[in-house]
Design a binder for this molecule. Structure first.
Ligand SMILES: Nc1nc2c(ncn2[C@@H]2O[C@H](COP(=O)(O)OP(=O)(O)OP(=O)(O)O)[C@@H](O)[C@H]2O)c(=O)[nH]1
Ligand SMILES: [Mg+2]
Length: 256
């Protein structure tokens, strides 16, 4: 068989399941650490429930992903996960699922591993969202998930500190309402409302246009240039305000 014939024959098997995201559908990817319960608690000794250094690695990984040449409007991270919102017109890799998922999982794993100094692996999945309202709800969902998990995680580790086993602590927390979890923390002198916002709501990263002064050696004059720069928001709003924040980012990205 000639190579051309072999190439044509085999290519079908490689591309048969090459699904892509239709135009005008918003792409949000969620990248999540694989087995990070083990990584954070057995392989490394990160502070529990939240560790500043771990948070910085996640943040640096988001910044790396937003600088890989894809047009990403917004990056969000909480716990061991990262969500990225693509610009509505982003067409890289023909919007193919397999290519987007594998490239982003690879980029995130490589960046995080270098920061950590050992292997840390991420998976990646695509959410296809047919309108902006759903995009805002997607981010609200992850933001509220962060809030709920932070409250439970603080309770869990507080109970563990007092000598309760993992099973007993989990069982105790499963029976508590949100108000009771707040009270439990309060009884140990912790006011949940006063804990750092990044622990409760995650961190948002987006592009801001800034004016910078530069020197033009040709004309020997000072010039002002506009540059896009990533901005890290550690005090994200919540609930309806967060929906508005996301909708505003989308609006600005589509006007630009
Ligand atoms: N110690 C510590 N652990 C963290 C921190 N941030 C996230 N984690 C842990 O990361 C894990 C994330 O949970 P999951 O993504 O649900 O579970 P996983 O073990 O990664 O499993 P898969 O995602 O299914 O592979 C939890 O165990 C969190 O406690 C941190 O700042 N400190
Ligand atoms: Mg994980």
């Amino acid at each position: 068989m000639k190579f051309n014939e072999l190439d044509k024959k085999m290519r079908i098997y490689e591309t048969a399941s090459d699904a892509f995201v239709l135009p005008e559908i918003y792409i949000v990817v969620r990248i999540d650490g694989r087995n990070f319960t083990r990584l954070t608690k057995e392989q490394h000794d990160f502070e529990k429930p939240f560790d500043e250094r771990f948070k910085n690695y996640m943040q640096e990984t988001v910044i790396h992903l937003m600088n890989t040449g894809l047009n990403i409007v917004y990056g969000y991270t909480q716990s061991d996960e990262i969500s990225l919102l693509f610009h509505i017109n982003e067409a890289s890799f023909g919007r193919k699922h397999r290519k987007i998922n594998s490239v982003l999982a690879g980029e995130a794993s490589a960046c995080f591993s270098l920061l950590l100094g050992s292997i840390g692996v991420f998976d990646c999945r695509i959410c296809e969202l047919p309108n902006k309202i759903l995009v805002a709800d997607y981010f609200r969902w992850r933001n509220e998930d962060a809030h709920r998990n932070a409250l439970s995680a603080h309770c869990y580790w507080q109970l563990r500190k007092t000598g309760l086993s993992a099973v007993k602590a989990t069982e105790r927390i499963s029976k508590l309402s949100t108000a009771e979890k707040n009270e439990l923390l309060f009884s140990y002198g912790i006011n949940f409302n006063e804990l750092p916002a990044w622990q409760k709501r995650g961190i948002g990263i987006y592009w801001k246009e800034v004016s910078k002064e530069g020197f033009n050696p040709k004309t020997q004059t000072t010039v002002t240039v506009k540059k896009r720069q990533l901005y890290v928001e550690e005090e994200l709003p919540m609930k309806d305000e967060y929906n508005s924040f996301i909708l505003d980012l989308i609006k600005r990205s589509e006007e630009a």
